[in-house]
Ligand binder design. Sequence first.
Ligand SMILES: CC(C)(COP(=O)(O)OP(=O)(O)OC[C@H]1O[C@@H](n2cnc3c(N)ncnc32)[C@H](O)[C@@H]1OP(=O)(O)O)[C@@H](O)C(=O)NCCC(=O)NCCS
Length: 157
Amino acid sequence: MLYRLYQPSDFEPLYAIEEICFQPPLRFPRSYMRSIIRNSDSATWIAEESEHASKHMAGFAHVEWAGPDHDRYAYIQTLEVSPEHRRRGVARELLTHLEQSALAAGAAAIWLHVDTENAPAIRLYQAHGYSQQSREEHYYARLRAAFIYSKPLVTSH
Ligand SMILES: CC(C)(COP(=O)(O)OP(=O)(O)OC[C@H]1O[C@@H](n2cnc3c(N)ncnc32)[C@H](O)[C@@H]1OP(=O)(O)O)[C@@H](O)C(=O)NCCC(=O)NCCS
């Protein structure tokens, strides 16, 4: 599996994964997905499998950052792996790349929302050192509750 940054030609396969992973009203509209990817204070990572000289997108993830130099934080907008590539460590690897991008951008912490009923994602974040901070009712499409998880980012010097 190759992990690399997004290129404009990735949009259609990326959005195809969004369509598999999320049904309306929880799915990001195309225009919203394009706008978050275009944000210059963000990084979109792609997981790509090569098979017999053809390439296939297995998953993607997006992180953005905000705030002044001394108080910058990062936020994970989404992390998605297509069903046939799950349980092989792809999300774990994408998450590591998101955190590295956030650290490189100067973020001291990273946070996210996760559906309170999304047990696989909650397990992933917990296993990766994220801790639950709070809960927001009616967060997803004003219907479903979310947990907020966060993690401090530390530099290794
Ligand atoms: C959540 C999701 C991203 C996980 O992707 P993945 O590539 O299968 O995850 P990984 O193989 O990297 O798993 C890493 C860890 O996460 C946890 N995990 C992942 N899937 C799990 C599942 N179905 N059940 C329980 N734990 C799970 C485990 O702790 C796992 O470690 P292990 O395999 O050593 O037990 C994937 O299921 C997905 O794309 N779901 C739909 C989109 C979504 O809900 N995204 C989250 C948005 S907040």
